[in-house]
Ligand binder design. Structure first.
Ligand code: PRP
Length: 210
């Protein structure tokens, strides 16, 4: 049976494709995709490219069997699907960041901008601080620079975005990496095929580490 895979497009896609190749998948059509979104050239694997939060929507709706997505999205969406494998790529982490003059001990209720309101709320709950959270869709770094927020909670990979915008880290939150998640029903119906895929990916990860 064909395994339907929803792959997060963009950075995750770039980092995971070499691993999928090593695991035996033909990734050429995806590398030369143009504006194509569905890749059904291989009878064993059909792949779609979707935005991270949508990957889980396709899985939850039963349209896809397997999702390849960042753990940031899994945690933010409180994902009910099966998290089967940490692919050990796309490693980055969450931080609290702001401008150099930010005072973490600010007496008033802070305003925090983020693409991840749930993760931000969890963090401030943990440290026992009540904050106002503003949801931003992208380029969150802008918010403290233009006075919309006191600080941000966001993902840092290379640190370039923070550096080039003169922002600094005030706290390190949790790490993030790319995970493989499986729809519950698919795990029952395509158990053999999914186990085989997991095995191939684990072998590919071991080879890559050598
Ligand atoms: C992510 C993140 C940071 C940036 C960090 O954004 O939200 O803005 O990458 O990467 P760096 O540490 O390597 O500079 P993304 O590029 O996904 O764009 P977006 O903010 O528009 O979602």
């Amino acid at each position: 049976m064909t395994i339907n895979i929803a792959l997060t497009k963009g950075r995750t896609e770039k980092m995971v494709l070499p691993l999928l190749k090593r695991a035996g998948m033909n990734i050429e059509p995806i590398l030369n995709k143009g504006r194509r979104l569905i890749f059904n050239d291989d009878p064993n694997y059909h792949v779609i490219l979707a935005k991270g939060p949508d990957v889980l929507t396709y899985l939850n709706g039963g349209a896809m069997d397997v999702g390849i997505v960042g753990s940031d999205i899994l945690v933010e969406q409180r994902n009910p699907q099966y998290d089967m494998l940490d692919l050990n790529t796309g490693r980055c982490h969450f931080v609290l960041a702001s401008t150099k003059d930010f005072d973490p001990g600010l007496a008033r209720r802070k305003i925090i901008a983020t693409k991840y309101p749930q993760i931000t709320q969890d963090y401030f709950n943990t440290i026992g601080e009540d904050v106002e959270i503003i949801k931003i869709e992208g380029s969150v770094e802008l918010a403290p620079l233009v006075g919309l927020a006191d600080a941000i909670v966001d993902i840092v990979e290379t640190g370039d975005t923070l550096r080039e915008n003169h922002l600094q880290v005030y706290a390190e939150l949790m790490p993030v990496s790319t995970h493989l998640v499986v729809n519950k029903l698919a795990l029952k119906q395509k158990q053999g095929e999914i186990k085989q895929l997991l095995l191939q990916l684990q072998q590919a990860m071991q080879e890559a580490a050598l």
